[in-house]
Design a protein. Sequence first.
Length: 446
Amino acid sequence: MERYFLAIIGGGPAGYTAAEKASKAGKDVILFEQNAVGGTCLNVGCIPTKSLLYGAKQYYNATHANKYGVTAENVTFDFAVMQKRKTIVVRKLVAGIKQRLNNEHCTLVTGFAKIESRTDELVTISCGDQTYEAENLMICTGSTNFVPPIPGIKDNPAVWDSTDALAAAELPKSIIIVGGGVIGMEFATLYHELGIPVTVIEALPTILPNLDPEMVAVLAEKYKKAGINILTSTKVERIEGQRLMANGQWLESDKILVSVGRRANLNGLEALNDIELNRGAIVIDDFCKTNLPNVYACGDVTGKIMLAHVAARQAEVAVGRMLKQIPLQRIAYNAIPSVVYTNPEIASVGITEAQAADLKIETEVRKLPMTFSGRFMAENEGETGLCKMIIDAKTQMVLGVHMIGNPCSEFVAAASFAVRMGYTTAEFQQVVFPHPTVSEILHEIL
C-alpha cells in the first residue's frame, strides 16, 4: 500500500489549495472529494450565485438605463440562458483546478472518504473498496446548510435551500426568504432584480446582523423603497405547503427559501473520537493544527470565518507548518475582508465600532459619502454610498473599514492590507490611488 505525506478530505478551496501547495513542494498528496473539486463555493455557492447575480444586474441596469440618457425598450431576459452560462462558468473553473492539481505528486480520488484509524505516525482512510495511508491528515470537509427545526420544513417541495435555488430550471413566481444573512440577501437581490416579489424574514432585529449597522441601514432603506418586504424580529413558527406562519400571521408564496446558516460537516470522521470540538466544529490552533499531532483542519469545518478566501489562506498556513517553512506564518483574522454582493455591494474589513467598544479601545470614527469620489458620482446615479473608517484614537492605527457602494468589493483589499500591516492614518495617506477611481474614497477619508 502506497503511503502519502498528506491525505486531504475535501476538495474545496482549502483542500485544493493545500494539495497544490504540498505537491508543488514535492510531497506526495492524495485528495479525496465526494462530488466535484471546488467544493461548495465553486459548485453550489460563491461562483454560481455571482454568475446569476451578474446576469440579473445586466437586466436591471438595462431597465434603469434612462438615468444615464440611454433608452432601452422591450428589455427581456432568458433565465435558461443565465443558468446555462452559470454552468459553463463553473465547469471551466473546475477544469482549471484539476489542471493545477495535475502533477506527479498529487492523486485525486472521487468518492466518500472515511477515517478508519489514526496513530501519531499514520492515518488510515478508506474510499470505496480501497484503503490509503498517510503521515498527515487535513480535514477540509466544509459545511452543510443548517435545517432549522421548523414544523413542516422537511420533505416539502415548496421549500428550497440555496442549492435547490441555484439548480432551479425556472424562476419562482414569488419567494419568501427565511434568513436575512449574506446568502439570504444576495438571493433577495437576484430575485428582486429579475422582477420576482420578495419577502425576507429575519428573526433578529436587523438583516445582516454581523455587519456595520450604518451600512446595513442604507441597504435596508433602499430595498424597502424598491419593494422588497423585509420583516425583522420575526420568527417562523411553522410551514404548511406554500404557507408559513410568522409572528402569528400567515404568509404565502410560490417558494420558500431557507438560508439560516451552515454547520460544520463531520461525516466520515467518526473514528477521530478524541478530536477536540467546540459547538460542533473542529478546534484548531494558529497553524490550523488540531489537538491530534498529525491532524489539521481548514475551512468551514473549523467554524471560524466561513469564507472561501479564509479556507484557502488556512490551507497555505497549515501546509507551511507541515513543511516547517521559516518563518512560520499565522492567519491575520483581524484583516479578513468580507463582501455582500447586494446592489449596492457592502464590503468590510476589521472591527466595527461596537466591537471596538467591547474591546475597550478608544476610537476615532471618520465617515464620508462615496460621492466624494468623482468616479462613483459618474457611475452611480442616485446613489450616495458611505465609507467609514475605525481608527485607534491613541495610535492612529487603522482598525476597520466599512463601505457600501459599487464596486467596493474590488478595492476592499487595499483596506485589508492597511489593517493587516498595522498602518497608521499617516502611513496609509502616503499610498497613491489612481484617479479617477472609486478606491480614492480610502484616501479622501484620511
